[in-house]
Design a protein around this ligand. Structure first.
Ligand code: N01
Length: 530
């Protein structure tokens, strides 16, 4: 098969891939996006489970590269639903004439670097071959669904679904006995809606999670008008915050204020709703004692909501708040007061197998018509490691990352020249508002490609020592926080056998500063070749 020559192959047609294509075209480059799905949208294409909605406010979870776009698009709710976000990204693709640059239903199977030509040979599931000067992996942080290896799934006579790979047609749970396995964000959003429809719902919980009410509501037209009048300034202010979002950061430490002040602050944030709860005090993710005050507050709320004290205790986490991604819900805890909902604690009574008619834990058997796996993702590295990526000398990414991912700035991997990762491990990505962080990465990558081309160079490769220093720095910063203290997908600990490494970089502003310095210095830490 003759390879089609391109300047850039972009892998993945989510928000990152779509904007990357727009930027590359702006540079006059020939680029194609290769997307496994039958539509664009990434996360918002695949995660169609009931109740799927963003946990960042819609007016922040949107592109800002075009002032016209952000002025003309009308969000309807404080937190946008999955269908609305999918409509939005499709609107962007149409508005900027990007559709003809996206090849759908095409999964990238391998990407091998040829040193002699400085080109990547990219082979797809459809047998197409591309020879590209650059590859941008816009493969997403939470795109490789984790389906635990339960014996017997192929024997199950009912229907089963994974929240991260949900069918396109609506599923009717009426009259059904339904199991949900997992209690992360996807489960917490879908459980209240499934419970409202199903005959019976049984939730299998391995670890309880902290969740804050979303307080979702229609957007107030007056507030929208005000925000739109100052959109660029609003976005600029968000860039100066750790989470790249308008969380109303309080700079006081929880341990320095009185119990009454803490209570007042937590209560105000519980009433306001959503992730800004974590910005109640500056020390919440750095000091166990401070964190425990937040944990106590949320446990108190769970106790108030749940009628049965034993059930409330089961639903109350004893872990660090925010150590796992904080959940945001609509009626999650209250759903457990319903007569048709029950909770099974599988923390020391694991799900052992799926049977023809249901599932078996170590202690009991259950019968179901439908099983929903809300069991998460092989996060941050999963999608990349599924592709056969080989860099200089045929080195496989799987080998280079055998002990955990190593990148320079979460943007490049030493030994894999001219290949970039959008929101890769070692970047703030999942610890920030993803959309503006994606835009930041895409802009940086586009500038970098433009620089290399303008200088007439053929290769840019992260130096091993720069990568080592960055990885060490990411770990040092992570270790100052409470994040490494619990098991979470940030650490890869939800996937059996995955090396335990804290993958994201904590703090957007210092990261953006470092990226700027590297670019301004002519790409310090990179080896450039003519
Ligand atoms: O996945 P998760 P998710 N037996 O990994 C359990 C984003 N997101 O899809 O905690 C029994 O959080 C597992 O138990 P444990 C957001 O960043 C955002 O819900 O490992 N249980 C856990 O309860 C989020 O953090 C939004 O003990 C098993 C659950 O499955 C990320 O995506 C919405 C098990 C997995 O939870 C992932 O969320 C949705 C087993 N063998 C997602 N294996 C919003 O924007 C796993 N579990 C709101």
């Amino acid at each position: 098969m003759v390879a089609e020559k391109l300047d850039v192959v972009v892998v993945g047609g989510g928000f990152a891939g779509v904007y990357m294509l727009h930027k590359l075209r702006g540079l006059g480059l020939e680029a194609k996006v290769l997307e496994a799905g039958s539509g664009i949208g990434g996360t918002w294409f695949w995660n169609r489970y009931p109740g799927a909605r963003c946990d960042i406010e819609s007016m922040e979870y949107s592109y800002q590269f075009s002032e016209e776009l952000q002025q003309e698009w009308e969000w309807t709710e404080r937190y946008a639903t999955q269908p609305e976000i999918l409509n939005y990204v499709n609107h962007v693709a149409d508005r900027f004439n990007l559709r003809d640059g996206v090849i759908l239903n095409t999964r990238v199977e391998s990407a091998h670097f040829d040193e002699a030509t400085s080109r990547w040979s990219v082979i797809t599931s459809t047998g197409d071959v591309f020879a590209a000067r650059y590859v941008v992996m816009a493969t997403g942080c939470l795109s490789s669904a984790n389906l635990p290896q339960f014996d017997g799934l192929d024997q199950f006579e009912g229907d089963w679904y994974h929240t991260g790979n949900w069918p396109h047609e609506a599923i009717d749970f009426s009259g059904k006995r339904v199991a949900v396995i997992g209690t992360g964000s996807s489960a917490i959003q879908s459980i209240p809606l499934i419970a409202a429809q199903a005959d019976q719902l049984t939730v299998f919980q391995r670890s309880p999670n902290f969740s804050i009410p979303a307080r979702n509501q229609p957007l107030d037209p007056e507030q929208v008008r005000e925000r739109k009048a100052n959109y660029p300034a609003f976005r600029a202010a968000n860039k100066t915050t750790a989470f790249h979002a308008n969380f109303g950061y309080n700079e006081a430490n929880a341990v320095d204020v009185t119990a009454e002040e803490r209570e007042r602050e937590y209560e105000a944030r519980w009433t306001h709703g959503g992730l800004p709860f974590m910005a109640a005090f500056a020390d919440l993710l750095f000091d166990t004692e401070a964190n425990e005050t937040a944990a106590d507050f949320i446990r108190g709320k769970i106790g108030e909501i749940i009628d049965d004290p034993e059930l409330a205790a089961l639903l109350s986490p004893t872990s660090v708040v925010g150590c796992k991604r904080l959940c945001v819900d609509t009626n999650y805890y209250a759903t457990f007061n319903r007569d048709n909902v029950s909770l099974v604690d599988v923390s020391d009574n694991p799900v052992e197998s799926i049977t023809a008619t249901g599932l078996r834990t170590e202690q009991s058997s259950y019968e179901f018509d439908v099983i929903v796996f809300a069991t998460g993702f092989d996060a941050m590295t999963g999608a990349l490691m599924k592709i056969d990526i080989q860099g200089i000398g045929g080195q496989a990414l799987q080998d280079a990352w055998a002990e955990g991912p190593k990148t320079y700035l979460g943007l490049a991997i030493s030994g894999f020249p001219n290949l970039f990762t959008v929101t890769g491990p070692g970047s703030p990505s999942v610890l920030t508002n993803m959309l503006p962080s994606i835009e930041h990465h895409v802009d940086w990558i586009a500038d970098c490609i433009a620089y290399v081309d303008q200088k007439g160079l053929t290769q840019i490769n992260a130096k091993p020592e720069a990568q080592e220093a960055w990885v060490e720095h990411v770990n040092e910063v992570g270790d100052e926080s409470l994040y490494p203290r619990c098991n979470s997908w940030y650490l890869g600990s939800n996937i059996p056998g995955k090396p335990r490494v804290f993958m994201p970089y904590l703090g957007f502003p210092p990261y953006a500063e470092k990226c700027r310095e590297v670019a301004d210095s002519g790409y310090e830490g990179f080896a450039l070749r003519s």
